[in-house]
Design a protein around this ligand. Structure first.
Ligand code: TZP
Ligand code: MG
Length: 224
């Protein structure tokens, strides 16, 4: 499992299409994209997911579908991301041969998912307006606790932006999942570039050994 870096999640709620956002963020250097859509017909979602699959392939980027194992299979996505109310991860593991991510909010949820998941999406770290039914923010300390409690990679999510990304990275996560910081920016491509640069800079400072990260629990150093 490589470091994810900036993990961009597409949204149709910021005035852009999924495809427009994917194009801008791929051009900006993002190498993992998740398609997340709660409101469309399956047919429309399938068409969009198929286009996103093609675009991500062109950039050698990882493509993940949120919630929907059927769509992930149908378009040949690299992975699927499920929440606590979606298909149980052990069932997903039986039917999906690819990267499986699971959302976790507590140490308990993280430990339960760990046996079957390839990575965890943990949060919300900070307050977020993007997910209407988001649970209480866990904060950077809550995130650090979860990162330390599991041995699979963790991606942090929820309210992450340029101003707080470094403290999040220092918990040992392999990446930061972002929606509004990029999709809600005036210039999403420029914003994505800035975030990618900060995250890359942080990870290269780790390999050159000049960071104050929590390296004892640094699952982000796992690579393949
Ligand atoms: N899961 C937990 S918080 C969240 C999801 C999907 C929304 C993250 O969006 P933003 O805009 O980056 O806070
Ligand atoms: Mg879900």
């Amino acid at each position: 499992m490589k470091r994810f870096g900036v993990y961009f999640i597409t949204s149709s709620e910021f005035g852009w299409t999924h495809e427009e956002l994917a194009k801008m963020t791929l051009e900006a250097g993002v190498r993992i994209i998740q398609f997340r859509e709660k409101k469309m017909s399956t047919k429309r979602m399938f068409e969009i997911a198929r286009r996103l699959r093609k675009m991500t392939e062109e950039y050698d980027a990882t493509f993940i579908v949120n919630d929907r194992v059927d769509l992930a299979l149908a378009v040949g996505a690299d992975g699927v991301h499920v929440g606590q109310d979606d298909l149980p991860v052990e069932v997903v593991r039986e039917i999906f041969d690819g990267i499986i991510g699971v959302s976790a909010h507590t140490v308990d949820e993280a430990k339960r998912a760990e046996r079957f998941a390839d990575y965890l999406g943990v949060g919300p770290v900070f307050g977020t307006k993007t997910k209407k039914d988001a649970r209480e923010p866990i904060g950077v300390e809550g995130l650090r606790k979860i990162v330390r409690s599991v041995s699979i990679p963790v991606v942090a999510i929820g309210g992450i932006n340029r101003s707080n990304v470094l403290e999040v990275l220092k918990t040992g996560v392999v990446g930061v999942a972002v929606i509004s910081a990029i999709a809600g920016a005036k210039d999403p491509k420029e914003e994505a570039k800035r975030l990618v640069e900060i995250v890359k800079g942080y990870f290269s400072s780790l390999t050159s050994g000049c960071s104050d990260s929590d390296s004892s629990s640094d699952s982000s150093s796992a690579s393949s």
